[in-house]
Design a protein around this ligand. Structure first.
Ligand SMILES: [Zn+2]
Length: 252
């Protein structure tokens, strides 16, 4: 993986719509992925990944009446380095609040969702990978189905979360799947680095798509220019559009 493949505008949403490879990815049913009696464990590196990568999956799980454990690994305090407005302290409070608001916007019944905050350092997950794996193991049960960010997603925290989650799941006897998020930015539409044979689509109806769009708007700290530094939004409108396809992709 390149040192920093997340630069510029990335692959356009239109290019993904024209991708033959993506068009050929088969569907999977959420109830097949998470059988009755199993709990889904969503592991998000930063507050917003749970919605960007799996805002549809969360709704499908809720509709199928599955129990959900959401583990937010970091508080996202490092998204605006050097900003006098978005200081790490402010971000560490605001970003988890944005996640809470987004989960409400998705319409998830609170009785079905348990939420754990890991408190691992934003941009420092790789250095704490062993501790993260041990932390995850204290929560995982053999009947769980884990969804983590892809081990090759192109962002160091996402990759470390993917590796730690997969190894924790393996040790606990739980199944694990991976979700690409930043790959939609750096990969090309027919990219051979994407594990297409493991890819499956979760189809979202128009209401689920609308709630996901609404939920993404809760992440205001990421969606607007920094009022202090004038830096562009962390999530550009292109990035947001790219993550609002009528389906989500999971690697089996
Ligand atoms: Zn992230």
């Amino acid at each position: 993986m390149n040192a920093n493949p997340i630069q510029g505008q990335g692959t356009s949403p239109q290019a993904w719509k024209a991708s033959q490879r993506l068009a050929q990815v088969a569907d999977v049913d959420c109830t097949q992925l998470v059988p009755e009696g199993s709990r889904a464990v969503i592991i998000a590196p930063h507050p917003d990944d749970e919605v960007l990568g799996s805002g549809g999956l969360l709704q499908l799980l809720a509709r199928a009446q599955r129990q959900i454990l959401l583990i937010s690994v970091t508080d996202g305090a490092a998204s605006h380095p050097g900003s006098g407005y978005w200081t790490p302290q402010r971000l560490s409070i605001v970003r988890p609040q944005e996640s809470a608001d987004a989960l409400k916007r998705l319409g998830l019944p609170p009785s079905q969702v348990q939420w754990v905050h890991g408190g691992f350092p934003d941009t420092g997950v790789a250095a704490a990978e062993v501790a993260l794996r041990e932390f995850l193991k204290t929560y995982l049960q053999p009947s769980d189905v884990v969804f983590a960010t892809w081990r090759e997603d192109g962002h160091a925290d996402h990759e470390a979360v993917g590796r730690a989650a997969l190894s924790a799941a393996l040790e606990c006897g739980a199944r694990a799947h991976e979700i690409p998020i930043w790959a939609w930015h750096w990969a090309s539409p027919e990219d051979p680095r994407i594990p297409w044979e493991r890819a499956r689509k979760l189809q979202l109806d128009k209401w689920m798509q609308a709630r996901k769009r609404h939920a993404i708007q809760a992440f205001a700290s990421q969606l607007y220019e920094d009022p202090d530094t004038g830096h562009e939004p962390v999530l550009s409108s292109t990035a947001v559009e790219r993550l609002q396809q009528p389906f989500e992709v999971v690697f089996l």
